[in-house]
Design a protein around this ligand. Structure first.
Ligand SMILES: CC(=O)SCCNC(=O)CCNC(=O)[C@H](O)C(C)(C)COP(=O)(O)OP(=O)(O)OC[C@H]1O[C@@H](n2cnc3c(N)ncnc32)[C@H](O)[C@@H]1OP(=O)(O)O
Ligand SMILES: O=CC(=O)O
Length: 535
């Protein structure tokens, strides 16, 4: 079959696109959409670069031993009596939010899953290659208009009458879109994802009773939230939308943002739809920020759970902060997924999800994330047990909660670190990187959901255990670069045996990248940065 060729694009002055323009892409890369990308880029790119430079400077201070604290200059905001703007009806009830990459079948299945909302992901569960980003936008456009459908493996997919509320996660500030240049430079991936989505869908969503809603990832400060807010204001002006139309939930998933939750809500107060406790990136951020701190060294990844002291402190502070500001507090995701063909193991996994949601609901959270449609009913059950008929429990004030700086920084458990835990990290790291390079950014590995955030924990633990004096296995052996180098081929062989398509070329490459990343002196800021240069 010969495909119709794509229409030529009418690019705004100063813009260049190096990605292939396949049939259908021109409906996304319209002049109106690209013009907004150019305007936002010219207005805000310098600030994005400044904020990224601030991250680098802060990281140097943390490497030198500084520990974060609540900001003295924003005490007035923390102590002030303000709330965010009222939440739109479509976002009042978010007991269960399903998440997933912007892949067509996933989009349909997630919208049909019975969850209240669906966070569709241009970020950590998605390999941001050009085709995934643009077909993801095509999928969004069709989903918003309810024309999305698919025939696959003899099955027909289309939307049910009642679907989840759509929320979009664009890429974080650190990621570029390398296929689009403005004035000769790569642009922000996040601005690209956001602008295209807004131009194509915001008005259509409003006409259908919802609106343009977003999840904002990986921010490290309220100044980064201010940048998003300013982008929202300009975009609403450009598109002729009332100010306050866009709503965004911020993932508190860096240790530095945990010290600025009030300030982040304040910056976005006209556009805020609350905060989410993004636990996996949060753990990664702690390892990254304190990687050189001689007193910091976490135990095997499996032992660092939501009941670890620093995780409990962060989750409770987030809840208290949100409800004080009349903002939804949304829980994060247990990485457990249904286990096929092993009822006993499946029962244990489902028990884990049940406990996770029960703890969040009982604490006062308004909802939580799940990774898979098979978990929606179970999670819904735990939230409705506590919420009953109420759409949320924002009225549950938790002024009884007191969280100190010391509690946020109480990094335990430190033991055990085991050979099995080390091998697990290497195995997951190679498997995930190999899959990501092959174009799939979210995979089940050893019966857990693995995405960029969970894989970051694995590879950063290995880096840190090699360097920390505390990186000692429970049998007394010090974790060393040579030990890791020796294990990598063994774990690669297991991945090649176990991963679907494991005999493909991306897995040996992944093993090489994993070795470079974990044994080099420099710590790679995000694993997706070197990976992005490979696709
Ligand atoms: C830390 C964070 O950033 S969390 C946010 C990012 N992570 C995510 O979004 C996780 C998304 N989840 C997933 O991608 C998948 O559930 C995985 C990779 C974990 C597991 O995938 P699989 O093993 O293929 O799932 P499984 O085979 O059980 O899928 C069964 C069906 O459910 C569908 N499904 C699975 N997960 C999802 C999902 N999250 N959304 C929509 N549909 C889904 C599959 O498409 C499949 O549909 P089909 O029966 O019509 O073919
Ligand atoms: O993005 C979510 C997380 O847990 O990380």
């Amino acid at each position: 079959m010969t495909l119709p060729s794509a229409q030529p694009l009418n690019l705004p002055q100063g813009m260049e696109i190096t990605g292939d323009i396949k049939p259908g892409y021109e409906a996304i890369l319209t002049t109106e959409a690209l013009s907004l990308v150019v305007k936002l880029t010219r207005e805000f790119e310098a600030r994005r670069q400044q904020l990224l430079a601030v991250r680098v400077e802060r990281a140097k201070r943390l490497d030198a031993g500084e520990r974060p604290d609540f900001l003295p200059e924003t005490a007035e905001i923390r102590n002030g009596d303000w709330t965010i703007a009222p939440i739109p009806a479509a976002l009042e009830c978010r007991r269960v939010e399903i998440t997933g990459p912007v892949e067509r079948k996933m989009v349909i299945n997630a919208l049909n899953s019975g969850a209240d909302s669906y966070m569709t992901d241009f970020e950590d569960s998605n390999t941001p290659n050009w085709d995934n980003q643009i077909t993801g936008q095509i999928n969004m456009k069709d989903a918003v208009r309810r024309t999305i459908s698919l025939e696959q493996n003899g099955k027909s997919y289309k939307l049910n009458d009642k679907v989840a509320t759509l929320v979009v996660r664009p890429r974080g500030w650190h990621l570029d879109e390398k296929h689009v240049l403005v004035d000769g430079k790569r642009i922000s991936g996040g601005i690209f994802d956001f602008a295209l989505f807004m131009v194509h869908n915001a008005k259509e969503q409003l006409a259908r009773g919802a609106g343009p809603y977003f999840y904002l990832p990986k921010m490290e400060s309220h100044l980064e939230a201010r940048l998003w807010n300013d982008i929202f204001v300009m975009t609403q002006n450009e598109l002729g939308l009332p100010q306050g139309t866009i709503k965004a939930t911020v993932l508190i998933e860096t240790i530095l943002a945990a010290f600025e939750m009030d300030e982040i809500l304040y910056e976005l107060r006209e556009h805020s739809s609350g905060l989410n406790a993004g636990r996996w990136d949060y753990i990664f951020s702690c390892i990254k920020k304190f990687k050189l701190d001689k007193d910091f060294c976490l135990a095997d990844r499996a032992k660092v759970t939501m009941t670890a002291p620093f995780m409990r402190a962060y989750a409770l502070l987030l809840l208290k902060t949100c409800h004080k500001r009349k903002a939804p507090a949304i829980g994060g995701m247990a990485a457990l997924i249904p286990i096929k063909n092993d009822p006993e193991k499946n029962d244990v996994a489902m028990g884990g999800v049940r406990n996770d949601k029960a703890r969040d609901a009982t604490d006062g959270y308004d909802g939580g994330w799940v990774a898979h449609p098979g978990l929606v009913e179970l999670a819904m059950g735990e939230f409705t047990k506590v919420l009953g008929d109420k759409p949320n429990q924002i009225d549950k004030q938790r002024s009884d909660i007191e969280v100190t700086r010391e509690q946020l920084l109480d990094f335990k458990p430190e033991a055990p670190i085991t050979e099995a835990g080390l091998r697990y990290n290497i195995n997951v790291g190679i498997h995930y990187l190999g899959s990501w390079l092959a174009g799939n950014g979210c995979v089940p590995i050893h019966n857990l959901m693995e995405d960029a955030a969970t894989a970051e924990i694995s590879r950063s633990q290995v880096w840190q255990w090699i360097r920390s004096d505390k990186g000692v296995l429970e049998d007394g052996r010090k974790v060393t670069a040579d030990m890791v180098r020796a294990m990598i081929p063994e774990e690669l062989a297991k991945v090649q045996r176990d991963a679907p398509g494991g005999d493909g070329p991306t897995y040996p490459r992944a093993a090489q990248i994993f070795e470079d990343m974990s044994t080099s002196t420099e710590f790679a800021e995000f694993l997706t940065l070197p990976l992005y240069e490979e696709i």
